[in-house]
Design a protein. Structure first.
Length: 365
């Protein structure tokens, strides 16, 4: 490999690449440490530039040089090796910066969008002039996945956030909020509309399973905390106001996470049910939690009228592997089917089940 000749030029003669905004700026504390180091030690790694002075690796070094009043900065010609200038710049940033998967997903989404616009742009011409480059053109999701080493699912979420809330996308880009949190917030209006347009349960049922979206969002003002959920939540008052299609004599199974056990008893009272016992689901996986890692979830058993179950020798412990998010195990539904006679409905159902009526956004779409 040929060693690049280092030259020194005035920082004012250089300019950031037109797509440098795709790379997140350093956080304030990170920038201050970086800036102080540059002031004390100078720039040890040369900036990589194109023939016209466009910087493709070193935008933060250039900024530090200008702000600190440096007279000269070291530069070398960028070894593009057939890459386009923007591809080279992004590769360097992804490899050298400690970016999260969420940030890389947002960058991938922005990169795809910028590539679509390039046919209409003139400000990239000088950055490309004189270089034979291999361009991806309009990158596909698979190409973006490979380029940025991030999953397709994350790129899809990032694309959705980018198209629905620029403010949230910027927060993910800066590393201030998790992509899953931003995605949930961006989808909230759509989820509310879906819930509002979903036909309420018709008739009454003797066996009711309810798995409401408890208000985790109200307990997670700090986006760095654990336990975020990917769907729009309801307030406790909204849950209390739900129309529960209960027959005069009926049994209710109310799923509740550890964080809302206290509130769940008030919900039962609001729905007119009498509490009897709690079924606890022990999972084979320790999840997130505020104080302890969550490995259990609970289902409160309550009745209305004179409803009776077939037998009373079942355990209050249900041991079953963790399912995909929020979906309850098949063993639970088998237990309810064996214990509880009568017509059955699954509210906030995640999927359809034989012998059950169901209500919820996910199965009514």
């Amino acid at each position: 490999m040929v060693k690049q000749a280092i030259r020194k030029v005035a920082p004012e003669s250089l300019k950031p690449h037109p797509l440098a905004h795709l790379i997140p700026d350093m956080r304030p504390s990170e920038w201050q440490d970086f800036y102080n180091d540059i002031v004390i030690r100078g720039i040890k790694v040369p900036l990589e530039v194109l023939a016209d002075g466009t910087v493709v690796d070193g935008k933060h070094r250039l900024r530090a040089a200008i702000e600190s009043g440096m007279k000269e900065v070291p530069i070398v010609d960028a070894p593009l090796s057939g890459d386009s200038p923007e591809s080279y710049m992004l590769k360097a940033a992804v490899l050298r910066r400690h970016l999260t998967d969420d940030q890389r997903a947002i960058i991938a989404s922005l990169w795809k969008e910028e590539n679509k616009k390039q046919g209409e742009r003139t400000d990239l011409t000088s950055a490309r002039r004189g270089a034979e480059v291999k361009d991806i053109g309009h990158p596909t999701r698979a190409e973006a996945t490979e380029f940025f080493k991030v999953s397709r699912r994350k790129i899809d979420q990032a694309t959705y956030v980018q198209s629905h809330s620029l403010d949230l996308a910027k927060k993910v880009h800066r590393g201030e909020i998790a992509l899953s949190n931003a995605y949930r917030q961006a989808k909230a209006p759509e989820e509310r509309q879906k819930i509002a347009s979903t036909t309420p349960p018709q008739g009454t049922y003797q066996v009711i399973v309810v798995d409401p979206p408890w208000p985790f969002s109200s307990r997670r003002e700090d986006p760095t905390r654990q336990g975020m959920i990917p769907y729009e939540s309801m307030s406790i008052e909204e849950i209390k106001a739900l129309n529960i299609p209960a027959a005069e004599s009926s049994i209710l199974w109310l799923w509740v996470p550890n964080a809302f056990i206290h509130e769940a008893f008030h919900v039962l009272e609001a729905w007119g049910f009498t509490y009897h016992t709690t079924l606890t689901w022990a999972k084979n996986f320790i999840g997130l939690g505020d104080w302890l890692g969550g490995q259990t979830e609970h289902c409160l058993l309550a009745t209305k009228g004179n409803y009776r179950i077939f037998r009373k020798n079942e355990s209050t412990l249900l041991t079953s592997p963790k399912t995909k998010h929020s979906e309850k195990p098949d063993t639970f539904y088998e237990l309810v089917k064996g214990l509880c006679p009568g017509t059955k409905i699954d509210m906030f159902a995640r999927r359809k089940r034989e012998g059950w009526s169901y209500w919820g956004v996910e199965v009514n779409e």
